[in-house]
Design a protein around this ligand. Structure first.
Ligand code: PBG
Length: 322
C-alpha cells in the first residue's frame, strides 16, 4: 500500500495538527427571548434550557455569557396578543419594552455586539412577517413598516439589524433610510436565504408568533431550491448588506457552501430552534450525547462555510470551552 490515510489519524497530536476547522466562541451569536416585566424567567416548553427573560434577568444572563466569552446577542421580543395589531404599530412605539430593553442592554454593556430582528411577526395580529390584506402578504406596503421598525431599533443602539421577513427590496430600502437618518454605522445582516421550514416550530412557541392562517411560502424560500439563493444574495450584496445569512443551517449546508463560494461577504448561518430541540430531546432520553452532538453540529456548519453561527447552543458551547 502506497497510501495509508490512517497515518494522519494515529495520535491526538497528529489529529490536532491536521485539523482543518475549529469553532470559536467568537463565531457565535446567542439568541435571547425577552418578555415584559421584572424578575421573570420562564423556560420555553419546547426548548429545554432556553428561557424567556424579563430585562433585569436578561442583563444577568448577558453578563454570565460575557464572562464565558460570548460577545454577540440577538434579542427577540415576545408580545402578548393584546399588543398586536394589523400594522405592527408596537414595533416602533418608542416606549415599548423591547426598544427600552435594547437601550438598557447597550448602556450596560457598550462593548457587546447587539443584534435585533426586523419582521412584523412578533407584533402582528396576523402572525405574518408582512402586512396582510385580503389573505395576501403585501410587499411594498410592508417595506415602510420594516423601515420604521429599523430606524427605531437603530436609534435604540442596535449594532446589527437582521431583516428576517424576506420581502423583496427590503435591504436597500432600510439601508437608504438608515443612511438618510445618520445611522451609517448600523450594519445589516440579511436573512438572505430563509427557507419555509418546519424547524422554526419551537421558536414560534417561544414568541407565540405562529401565523394565524396559511403559511409563509409566498415569501420564505422553497426547501427544494438552491439557485434562487444566488438571486437573493446578488440583491443583498447590491443593496448594501454587510453579512449574508442562510437559515436553517443543518438541512441547508449546501446553500451555505454555495454562498461562501460565490460571495465576498461574511456568511452567517442560523442553527434554528428545531435543530436545537431535536438534539436536546434525544439527549434527554439518553439517545445522543449532548456535548458531542452539539460540537459536531457547530463544526459542520462552520466547515460548510459559515463564519458566524447564531445558535441556542452558544452558552453550553462556551461553558464546554472554558
Ligand atoms: C421571524 C423569525 C423566525 C425565526 C427568526 N426570526 C420565525 C419565522 O420566520 O417563522 C426562527 C428562528 C428559530 O427557529 O430559531 N421572522
Amino acid at each position: 500500500m502506497q497510501r495509508r490515510p490512517r497515518r494522519n489519524r494515529k495520535s491526538e497530536a497528529v489529529r490536532n495538527m491536521v485539523e482543518e476547522t475549529q469553532v470559536n466562541v467568537n463565531d457565535l451569536i446567542f439568541p435571547l427571548f425577552l418578555i415584559e416585566g421584572q424578575t421573570q424567567k420562564i423556560e420555553v416548553a419546547s426548548m429545554p434550557g432556553i428561557y424567556r427573560f424579563s430585562i433585569d434577568l436578561m442583563l444577568k444572563e448577558i453578563e454570565e455569557c460575557m464572562n464565558l466569552g460570548i460577545m454577540s446577542f440577538d434579542v427577540f421580543p415576545a408580545y402578548p396578543e393584546s399588543k398586536k395589531d394589523k400594522i405592527a404599530s408596537e414595533s416602533y412605539n418608542p416606549d415599548t419594552f423591547y426598544l427600552k430593553a435594547l437601550r438598557e442592554i447597550k448602556k450596560n454593556f457598550p462593548e457587546l455586539c447587539l443584534m435585533s430582528d426586523v419582521a412584523m411577526d412578533p407584533y402582528s395580529s396576523d402572525g405574518h412577517d408582512g402586512l396582510v390584506k385580503g389573505g395576501k402578504i403585501l410587499n411594498d406596503e410592508t417595506l415602510e413598516i420594516l423601515a420604521r421598525m429599523s430606524l427605531a431599533q437603530a436609534d435604540a443602539g442596535v449594532d446589527i439589524l437582521g431583516p428576517s421577513d424576506m420581502m423583496d427590496g427590503r435591504v436597500g430600502y432600510i439601508r437608504e433610510l438608515l443612511d438618510e437618518n445618520g445611522f451609517t454605522e448600523t450594519s445589516i445582516m440579511s436573512y438572505t436565504a430563509k427557507y419555509a421550514s418546519a424547524f422554526y416550530g419551537p421558536f414560534r412557541d417561544a414568541l407565540d408568533s405562529a401565523p394565524k392562517f396559511g403559511d409563509k411560502k409566498t415569501y420564505q424560500m422553497n426547501p427544494a431550491n438552491s439557485q434562487e439563493a444566488l438571486i437573493e444574495a446578488d440583491l443583498d450584496l447590491e443593496e448594501g448588506a454587510d453579512f449574508l445569512m442562510v437559515k436553517p443551517a443543518l438541512s441547508y449546508l449546501d446553500v451555505i457552501k454555495l454562498l461562501k463560494d460565490n460571495y465576498p461577504l461574511p456568511i452567517a448561518a442560523y442553527n434554528v430552534s428545531g435543530e436545537y430541540s431535536m438534539i436536546k430531546a434525544a439527549s434527554e432520553r439518553g439517545w445522543l450525547d449532548y456535548n458531542r452532538s452539539m460540537n459536531e453540529v457547530l463544526l459542520s456548519i462552520k466547515r460548510a462555510g459559515a463564519k458566524i453561527i447564531l445558535s441556542y447552543f452558544a452558552k453550553d458551547f462556551a461553558k464546554l470551552k472554558k
